[in-house]
Design a binder for this molecule. Sequence first.
Ligand SMILES: Cc1ncc(COP(=O)(O)O)c(C=O)c1O
Length: 370
Amino acid sequence: MTSTDASEALPARLSPPTPPALLSPAELRGHFDVRPGYLAACTMGVPPRSSVEALTADLADWSHGHPEAGRYGAAVEQARSAYARLVSVPAEQVAVGSQVSVQASLVAASLPEGAEVLLVDGDFSSMVFPFLVQQQLGRLSVRCVPLESLAAAVLPSTALVAFSLVQSATGAIADAEAVLEAVGRHGAATFCDTTQACGWMPVDASRFDVTVCHTYKWLCAPRGVSFMTVAPSYQEKLVPAQAGWYAGSDVWGSCYGPAMALAPGARRFDVSPAWQAWLGAAPALELFARADLEAVRESCTALATTLCERIGVPPTGSAIAAWPDPSGAAFAALTAAGVTASARAGRVRVAFHVWNTADDLELVCRALGV
Ligand SMILES: Cc1ncc(COP(=O)(O)O)c(C=O)c1O
């Protein structure tokens, strides 16, 4: 090789590998077989084909007496790592669990006696009850304020602000920047539930001390797969009160006490996984971790915004369009037209995910006569 050859080859060898192109909304849509009129991702997502295949194959193996615990453990780690990429934190900061309420309970029970917690009026109960229980025990003091006043309500006495990034009942998006600015001024911590956000909009969990996400909605996993991210600075404040064998440094070497060596990082907050659910979750999370979520947000919110405009309610920039329906008439009309929507807290909710198109929007508008 001449010196010219060598210097020509060098830049190619040193240049970083090109990251794989992100999946466009149309490419992501191609992984789903959802029927027209399914507008209920805010209640329950639907699995991509790869999840159905993984679950079906496992059912066959399991029923023939060939279950493989190692395969389940590998799916948990694959899901953890895909989720970590999705929300921009290292996998060491991600704990696995099964429900938001259980992970929120750990956060609530770990706060020091007398701590003041700020919550959102009407937030999903899994983010509220764990704190109210601790208040009833006389351990915490809780204040609930409207979503719009959350940032302004942070006081020097506030220890933790706990809120859903996207509200379940209304689809409203919290002003996370304003909350972060306020907690920064007052020295409080943040605990954010991203269940109704992850999957249709970009989410950066590294901005918060703790986040939780149940993945059976917009991330299209089976129910029973949830994650908690814990910033390194908050890990010492959280008590691994629910530790079992999965919280051990060596999971399969931690099956019996009293020897206990808990895992480093957020893994010590892991609980043993509902195995089969994770087999379905891993492929779904891989897909969303590869998706262009800014483009997914644009496609979902464009449909929701048009629906709001046609109904005459103010658009919120959310993928969930929700408006008052006290009599249930709108929900009934949608159901009669073959639309799967949902009714919550006196409202009807229509959720636009990546599989929904302008045809779904027209179906909804026809059913509502707008
Ligand atoms: C914002 C939010 N968090 C959490 C959940 C689910 O809570 P859990 O995992 O405790 O069942 C829901 C379900 O609707 C939700 O909307």
